[in-house]
Every structure is written in structure tokens, then in C-alpha cells.
Design a binder for this molecule. Structure first.
Ligand SMILES: *Cc1c(COP(=O)(O)O)cnc(C)c1O
Length: 432
């Protein structure tokens, strides 16, 4: 028997020992030491160090996204700098009148200006946006959705489940591969139903091919009930005016994505979309369209639970201002990555390889990610290192997240900010 097992080790001594390997607050180290000792193993110190390591790796921290998936769900989708210096803001204070104001007014005005909507509100994510629309406009009533659009998107956003939670009833119309206007008309005129609205859902993360047909927003807008389009990705305008002067033409991967301005112009009464997909902003959900319908959503009791915080609204405001100023490609990291010229990516990859003395330059394909533009890729350059080095790169002081395929580790330059190239150099150098 070791001395350690005979005499329970002092919690304090272990905690002091842990302080040499971790910068976590003393109280957390004591907690880890206590749990390790309670474990009653012979090697309390080793167990405690393991607990500390687990605690540290569970903390949110900066990473370098070298996966080439520009909107990586596990890495927080759209990257965006927090711009707050900690001062108070006029979040709900009208500086003109000195009276209480609305936290939603500024972003609503910008969204209207950019999409042609009459009004808009912002909630915590697009799932919340869909939920609020259904609760606000169709609680206790029926909502018609095409069978081909009764989908599951990402981590458990399932149309039938959201519908049930909102208190609206789902009425499936048409078939999985073909739904026509008359399928909707039949559902609306049926005396068994009480259709409050028609919802069109963009099946963001998959594409069905072959004998398919769906009903356009323009056709749906001829129906006598409001049409809500859940466009998902948050492309504001498919002519992408913010790209003018930055790219020669609108990239092909954009063209398949539904856009807010066009959906509204085609006759959608409301659109819903995420803030942190193609919009490139903070996590939030946006509802835009007819003022009376927005008002009905905003006055539902759920609104209080779904409203976003000040940091979110202020970040969203600055993102929307960049779109208006047409500086999105410079200011919004997603658009900077998406439009980075191929030759720049090749030059950066070559410089990193030369500096690190590891790997070689290869052409790779980036993905938009977050379920947007499924099936499309963006040409890119990256660095290939034979073997699977993902673990070592992930354990770098600033973790570098790479992909391995064909037994070769690939680091895509498109999803890495140029200012972070030196971190990639350091991580690769450590592989030598
Ligand atoms: C991504 C997506 C959602 C869910 O949006 P979150 O912002 O992740 O809540 C809902 N509908 C569509 C069509 C989507 O693409």
C-alpha cells in the first residue's frame, strides 16, 4: 500500500499542485481535488489532473476553423466579433423623447430597408421565429404544409414537432415529391379544416431530384390565407448587391438559395430566417413582412420569452448596416471568407507551408455549411499533410480544427482568417 492510500491526501496540497498545471480559479481546483479524493483511488493527483483537463476543455474558447466548412455548426456557425465596450446602450430608451423605447425598432427599420418588408421582429433563432409565427397567427387552428416540406433541419428542428409545440395543427397537403396549388386549395376549402395560413419551408439541407414539383410563392400568394415562407438561410437578396465591386459575378451557390427580398416581392406575407447562416450575423431569428401579422406575433405572450438580448441586437444592427453600406465583404467574416479570391488563398497556403516546413499546397473544395447551399462547393486552396493529425492540431494552444480524408489531413485556407495564418504555422510546426 502506498502512503497516499493510507493517509488521505490533503485536498489543499493537491489543489496547490494543480495550480502549477492550470490557470482555473482556485475554488474549481479545490472542487476537482475533492472529487478525486472522494473517488478513493490510489492516484488522487492523477485523477484530479484529469478532472481539471476535462473542465478546461469543456470551456468555450477560440479555435481556428480550418475545415473549409464556412458556417460550421459545431464551431458556432457564422464567426463574428463581439463589439461591445461594456457601456450601457439606449436598448429600450428613446433618446429623442427621453421615454421608454423599443429594442426592436432599429433592426426592424434596417431589415425593412434591406428586404422591402413593412416591418420585422428579431427573436433568439429561426426555430423560435417559426414557433412565434405559428403561435401568433394559428394557435388552435390549422396550417397547411406540403408533405415534401415537412422536414427536419439540423439538430432536431422538425416541422411537425414545432407545429405541435406552438399549438397549431399541421395539415399535410400533396405528396412527398409533388404538391400543386390545387392541393392547397382543397385543404383550405375542406370543411374539416380551419386553415389559418400556408407555410412554405425551404428544405435547406437536402435536395430531392427527379419527378418533383412544388408550388411557388407567387402561386401560393393567390390563396385567400396568408403565406409564410421559412427560407432558413437568411440570404437578404439574391442579386447580392453587396457583392458588386468585390466579385465579378454572383457566385452560383447563391442562386439556389431563396432570398428574403424576392420571397416578399413574390407575395409571401411573412418570411422567417436565421441570423447566423448566410446573413453572417449573430445567432437570432428574423420575422419580416406584413405589419399587421408582425404585430400579431409581437403581441403574443411568447414574445417576451423569445426576445434576444442587447448584444445580439447591436451585433445584428452593425451587420445590417454593413449590407446597406455594401461593405459586407469587408466587414462580415462569412462574406470575407466566401468571396476571398482563389489566388490569395493559394499564396497564403504556400507561405504557411514554407514557414512551417510541413505539408504541401493542394486545391480543395469549401462548403458553405449550416445546411445552406447543399451540394454546392466553393473552390479553394489548402494544405495537405499525410496522416491523420487532427488530434494533435486540436490540442494546439489555440485549437486548429482540420479534416482528414484519404488518410491525409487537410487545412482549408478559406475558412481561416488571414490574421490567424501565424497560428496555423505554429500548429503545423509542432507536427514536425
Ligand atoms: C436552419 C433552419 C431552421 C432553424 O433555424 P435556427 O436558427 O437554427 O433555429 C429552420 N428552418 C429552416 C428552413 C432552416 O434552414
Amino acid at each position: 500500500m502506498t502512503a497516499e492510500a493510507k493517509y488521505p491526501p490533503s485536498i489543499d496540497a493537491i489543489a496547490r499542485d494543480l495550480a502549477s498545471v492550470s490557470a482555473l480559479p482556485h475554488a474549481i481546483l479545490v472542487d476537482c481535488a475533492r472529487r478525486a479524493v472522494a473517488d478513493n483511488t490510489e492516484s488522487a493527483v492523477t485523477v484530479a489532473k484529469e478532472l481539471v483537463r476535462e473542465f478546461e476543455t469543456s470551456l468555450h474558447q477560440e479555435v481556428i476553423n480550418a475545415t473549409g466548412v464556412l458556417l460550421h455548426t459545431n464551431l458556432g456557425r457564422a464567426p463574428l466579433a463581439l463589439n461591445s465596450n461594456g457601456r450601457s446602450t439606449n436598448l429600450e430608451f428613446n433618446l429623442e423623447t427621453g421615454e421608454r423605447g423599443s429594442r426592436q425598432d432599429a433592426t426592424a427599420a434596417l431589415i425593412s430597408h434591406l428586404t422591402g418588408a413593412e416591418d420585422a421582429i428579431v427573436v433568439n433563432n429561426n426555430a423560435a421565429a417559426v414557433m412565434l409565427v405559428l403561435a401568433g397567427l394559428a394557435e388552435g387552428r390549422d396550417v397547411a404544409v406540403s408533405r415534401g416540406e415537412s422536414v427536419e433541419i439540423g439538430g432536431g428542428f422538425r416541422i411537425p414537432d414545432v407545429m405541435e409545440q406552438s399549438g397549431a395543427r399541421l395539415v399535410d397537403v400533396g405528396t412527398t415529391n409533388r404538391t400543386r396549388l390545387r392541393d392547397y386549395t382543397r385543404a383550405i376549402t375542406s370543411r374539416r379544416n380551419d386553415i389559418a395560413l400556408v407555410m412554405k419551408v425551404h428544405p435547406s439541407n437536402f435536395a430531392i431530384e427527379g419527378f418533383t414539383e412544388d408550388t411557388s410563392i407567387a402561386e401560393l400568394s393567390t390563396l385567400e390565407v396568408p403565406v409564410v415562407a421559412d427560407i432558413g438561410s437568411g440570404l437578404l437578396d439574391n442579386t447580392a448587391p453587396w457583392l458588386h465591386g468585390f466579385t465579378e459575378r454572383v457566385p452560383t451557390w447563391i442562386t439556389g438559395e431563396p432570398a428574403a427580398r424576392q420571397a416578399l416581392a413574390d407575395g409571401a406575407d411573412l418570411v422567417t430566417f436565421s441570423g447566423d447562416k448566410l446573413l453572417g450575423g449573430p445567432q437570432c431569428g428574423i420575422i419580416a413582412g406584413r405589419a399587421d401579422l408582425i404585430n400579431a406575433c409581437a403581441s403574443h405572450p411568447l414574445m417576451r420569452a423569445l426576445r434576444p438580448g442587447g448584444h445580439t441586437l447591436i451585433s445584428l444592427q452593425s451587420v445590417l448596416l454593413s449590407y446597406s453600406a455594401r461593405t459586407a465583404c469587408r466587414d462580415i467574416p462569412f462574406w470575407t471568407m466566401a468571396t476571398a479570391p482563389l489566388s490569395d488563398l493559394e499564396t497564403r497556403a504556400a507561405a504557411i507551408v514554407a514557414n512551417a516546413g510541413v505539408g504541401s499546397v493542394v486545391s480543395v473544395d469549401s462548403l458553405v455549411g449550416a445546411g445552406s447551399a447543399p451540394g454546392s462547393t466553393i473552390a479553394s486552396f489548402g494544405i495537405a499533410v499525410p496522416g491523420d493529425h487532427r488530434d494533435a492540431l486540436r490540442h494546439h494552444s489555440i485549437p486548429v480544427i482540420a479534416r482528414t480524408f484519404d488518410k491525409v489531413t487537410h487545412l482549408d485556407m478559406r475558412s481561416v482568417a488571414p490574421a490567424d495564418d501565424h497560428i496555423v504555422v505554429a500548429a503545423l510546426t509542432s507536427l514536425r
